[in-house]
Design a protein around this ligand. Structure first.
Ligand SMILES: [Zn+2]
Length: 506
């Protein structure tokens, strides 16, 4: 019955498929991927199967015989999974000039979600550009609270917004939602979002929720006032009955280390009370941001605050400079090393650097989390894997996050099964970001696929060589076309903008 049903669906899809004009009349109408170890994204056990792609869709899964004229791809027992979905990505920076998206596709990532941390505006233009000049990956986006706030308040942002300004922001957000934003993202640790009241954030989230969108937040504090910041997010989900998502969840302060159990308890209780609460997380203990974020009150000249930062939030030997406008030579050096170089104590050095031009926007990577917490949080069943990565800089996450989970964390440390890892990279992120018809291998889904060798997949990027490509991914398809094969980009730009569609069923 089940088989009959899927055949019927495949047949129906086939009819839909052939009704559309074929773009390449000489190319085979379909591709058979044979002898794969199939992990379908649901979390169910891996099984041996063949799979047929026609056009941009998966049309059949099972024991399949090649049909005449069909292209055949021998998977040779390697694993096939749905293409991975990165729900928190900054890889849109530079994607227009590096359309092969090599950092992503080399790890099997086929969809990125951008517009994070309060960024993301003018999505109609962004999506139109991606249609004219697509990249190798699909791109979905949030509308960013910070960008919208900036448009309304400009340089006069260090205050609560007036009611009239909030209404202007709501109107801008409605435009972005109409353009296809997944929802509203906030970056409440950053300027200008940090100055928004809870009421402002609530008023904007309501607009996103009413349009069938969601709320994703780099919460107001990942260290000093973590629990309060989490409460703010949960309250939005409770009040507006809309999905809420903690971006790159972390216990980012030494005082919080070891409290992953308490955090998971709070998340579980909120879900049990009906809040549609999820999170994403990357497999590293280092975060990347700017110096200013260490000072929520922006009191950079405050010695007591600086002492607090360096003894509770990140140690001088754990802060690595990525880019400092006044000192290009600091790149790659720790604050402790820079202090030695300058001959001043770390506290004084940090205050001095902050007082220099561009000081507060100096890029840094800092160790803020404990490995035990990250390993525990990534196992939370509603936490999907993300990278928070980009294609430049010091942090290896943009080139390694997904391969690091599949290799070192699953194969070597056995944090969870490979089926669960794939679920956390495919169907779960699709659900957590509200992306339809992707993230599963089943007839009718888009043919975003990755073939990889689970026995060798691993990240190669690390500090000092953060752009080294991961190993172990053999072939990647996006919308039915090969975009990566045998270690190389295929120079096929099959990605498309993914606009928010109909409200998904709960
Ligand atoms: Zn963030």
């Amino acid at each position: 019955m089940k088989l009959f049903l899927s055949l019927a669906i495949a047949a129906a899809l086939w009819r839909v498929g052939t009704a559309q004009p074929l773009s390449q009349s000489s190319a085979p109408a379909s591709t058979l991927i044979r002898s794969a170890r199939l992990v379908d994204g649901s979390g169910g056990a891996a099984r041996s199967a063949d799979l047929r792609i026609a056009g941009n869709r998966i049309v059949a899964v099972g024991r399949l015989a090649a049909v005449e004229g069909e292209r055949v791809y021998e998977a040779g027992g390697l694993m096939i999974a749905p293409g991975f979905i990165d729900t928190h990505s900054h890889h849109d920076r530079g994607l227009d000039t590096a359309r092969d998206a090599i950092a992503m596709v080399s790890q099997g990532v086929t969809t990125i979600v951008v517009g994070q941390d309060g960024g993301g505006i003018d999505l109609a233009a962004t999506f139109a550009r991606l249609e004219r000049q697509p990249a190798a990956v699909n791109v979905a986006s949030y509308a960013g609270h910070g960008a919208i706030r900036d448009r309304v308040m400009g340089k006069d942002y260090a205050r609560a917004a007036t009611l009239a300004e909030i209404e202007q922001m709501q109107a801008l957000l409605r435009t972005e939602m109409d353009a296809g934003a997944l929802g509203l993202s906030t970056g409440l640790e950053y300027d200008p979002g940090i100055y928004a009241t809870r009421e402002e954030v609530l008023a904007l989230a309501r607009v996103a929720g009413a349009a069938g969108g969601r709320y994703a937040s780099h919460i107001r504090s990942e260290d000093r006032w973590f629990w309060d910041a989490l409460d703010e997010l949960i309250a939005i989900g409770r009040q507006h009955r809309m999905p809420v998502h903690v971006s790159h969840v972390k216990l980012g302060m030494h005082d919080l280390w070891g409290q992953a159990g308490k955090l998971i308890g709070i998340l579980d209780r909120a879900r049990a009370a009906g809040v549609q609460l999820t999170a994403d997380i990357y497999p590293y203990t280092f975060w990347q941001s700017n110096l200013g974020v260490l000072y929520p009150k922006r009191n950079f000249a405050d010695r007591a605050e600086t002492e607090f930062v360096l003894s509770h939030v990140a140690l001088a030997e754990d802060i690595i400079f990525n880019s400092v406008r006044a000192h290009p030579d600091y790149a790659g050096k720790t604050l402790a090393q820079v202090a030695a170089l300058r001959g001043t104590p770390a506290v004084q050095t940090l205050m001095d650097v902050l007082a220099e031009p561009g000081g507060e926007s100096a890029g840094i990577v800092a160790k803020g989390m404990s490995e035990t917490d990250v390993e525990r949080l990534i196992q939370w069943p509603f936490a999907n894997v993300c990278s928070d990565g980009q294609s430049r800089g010091l942090h290896p996450r943009g080139f390694g996050a997904f391969a690091r989970v599949l290799g070192p964390w699953v194969r070597d440390k056995r944090l969870f099964s490979i089926e669960e890892a794939v679920r956390k990279m495919s169907s779960l992120p699709a659900a957590n970001a509200g992306i339809a018809n992707r993230g599963m291998i089943a007839p009718g889904y888009f043919a975003d696929l990755v073939v990889f060798d689970p026995s060798i997949i691993a990240d190669r990027a690390d500090f000092g060589h953060a752009q080294d490509l991961a190993v172990g991914v053999r072939t990647v398809w996006v919308n039915g076309q090969v975009v990566f094969d045998n270690g190389k980009a295929a120079n096929t730009y099959a990605g498309r903008p993914l606009r928010r569609t109909a409200k998904l069923p709960r």
